[in-house]
Structure formats: C-alpha cells, structure tokens
Write a protein that binds this ligand. Structure first.
Ligand SMILES: Nc1ncnc2c1ncn2[C@@H]1O[C@H](COP(=O)(O)OP(=O)(O)O)[C@@H](O)[C@H]1O
Ligand SMILES: [Mg+2]
Length: 225
C-alpha cells in the first residue's frame, strides 16, 4: 500500500541550523496490520507519520500510496485523500468540549445522516461506551473513554489507514491496552500505524519499526527493511 523511497525531511532549510528529521530511507507498508513505530523523542516518528498522511511534504523522496505518488499532490487533492482514506488519532483527544461523545463522532461523518448516528453508536458501544456514556460530554468521561471516543471518530468514515501518534501516552496501562485492543481489531482489515514510547503496548503488533536519529534502526516481528 505504501512504498516509501529515500524519504528525507530537513527542517529549517533556509536557516543555518538545519534539522535532519528523516535521513533518506526506504520502507514498504502493507494494506493491513498493526505496525508499531518506536524510538526516542526527536527520532523522526511524527515527521514520518505526517509525511505519509500528507500533513507534511518531505524535502525529498517518494511516497507511493496505492500506486499514486502523493508527495506532489496539490493541497486540495491531499485534503480529499485524507478525508476519504485516512483517520487520525493523537495523544490528546481533540473532542469538542460542549458536544456529547456521540455528537463528536457523528459530526465527523462524511455522510451526516441518521445512518451515521447509528454507526457512531455501534462504534462507541463496541468500544464499551453505552448509552449512558455516549450522551456525556468529554469532561464527564474518563481519559480512556475519551480516547476511545476519539478513535471511534477517526473510524467513522472507514479509513483505509489509521494514523495514531502516541494514542496511549496520556493513559494508564489498563486503558492503554483497551485502546490497543480496539486498534488491533481494526488492523484486521485496515492498516494501523501506532507511534509510541511504550514497547509493552506493541506486544500484538504485526511488525515494529524502530527509529533512531531519522533512520530505521532495526525491526522485530518482520522482515528486514
Ligand atoms: N516544525 C519543525 N521545525 C523544525 N524542527 C522540527 C519541526 N518538527 C520537528 N522538528 C525536529 O525534527 C526532529 C524529529 O522530530 P519528530 O518527528 O517530532 O520526532 P518524534 O516524533 O520521534 O519525537 C526533532 O529534532 C525535532 O526537533
Ligand atoms: Mg512525535
């Protein structure tokens, strides 16, 4: 699904203090599966994810997504691609504080109809947020429930790829594992990329990519890069 060649990101190109965030490596990612990206702070994990998801444009290299070069797309084409094919989960949930959990999920639906409400309910219920919870505002939910609502929102349009940048960093272990269960289930049909500092949440990953100083350092559970 993703064929990444010589991906390079240099921040502050115009300044003397350049930051080499991605060092020009190749990587191929499949259509489905749970892929972990682990590495120390500043190693380039988020930059890689933002480039793959078209939120950032790499300085050099190619990203072929389902046969299509996406680094040269126009802004409007990138937006359409993101809306139709990608979902995002971040460390912070970014739910709208004055809307119920259910409305937060429904409002993200491309087709904002009664069907979307039913689908949002199914997702939330599948993640352990029943009627009592999904009528609540984010502040009335636990951290783990908020993050599961944020994941339901990211899934409402059936994205082919779910990008999750430190989705469990603000959670205790029990909630972190509950979130990972939800992501693991989704990865049976879609590609789920999870950035984390915490190796223990990646025990069910199909593959773990390790980053170090803007490069891939090694892998487990998978072929060599
Ligand atoms: N917008 C930016 N401008 C300049 N440097 C940046 C920017 N974003 C990230 N960096 C730098 O790029 C490197 C990789 O950052 P990042 O991708 O956020 O790493 P990680 O997610 O692994 O912590 C770091 O040295 C970081 O300081
Ligand atoms: Mg990061």
């Amino acid at each position: 699904m993703f064929e990444i060649k010589n991906i390079t990101m240099i921040y502050n190109m115009e300044k003397t203090e350049k930051v080499y965030a991605l060092g020009g490596f190749d990587l191929t990612l499949p259509d489905s599966g749970l892929i972990g990206i682990i590495g120390p702070s500043g190693s380039g994990k988020s930059t890689l994810m933002y480039c793959l998801s078209t939120l950032k444009k790499p300085t050099d290299g190619n990203i072929i997504y389902n046969g299509r070069e996406i680094t040269t797309l126009r802004d409007s084409e990138r937006e359409v691609l993101r809306r139709n094919e990608f979902g995002f989960v971040f460390q912070r949930h970014f739910l709208v504080p004055y809307m119920s959990a259910l409305d937060n999920v429904t409002v993200a639906a491309a087709d904002n109809s009664g069907e979307a409400v039913e689908k949002a309910k199914r997702l939330l219920e599948g993640f352990g947020l029943g009627e009592r919870e999904y009528k609540k505002r984010p502040a009335q939910l636990s951290g783990g429930q908020r993050q599961r609502a944020a994941i339901a929102r990211a899934m409402i349009n059936d994205p082919k790829v779910l990008f999750a940048d430190e989705p469990t960093a603000a959670l205790d272990h029990e909630n972190a594992f509950a979130v990972m269960d939800v992501l693991k289930e989704y990865s049976k049909t879609g590609l789920v990329l999870v950035i984390t500092h915490d190796r223990s949440i990646l025990k069910h990953a199909d593959r773990v990519i390790e980053m170090w100083d803007g490069n891939l350092s090694s892998e487990r559970n998978g072929e060599a890069v």
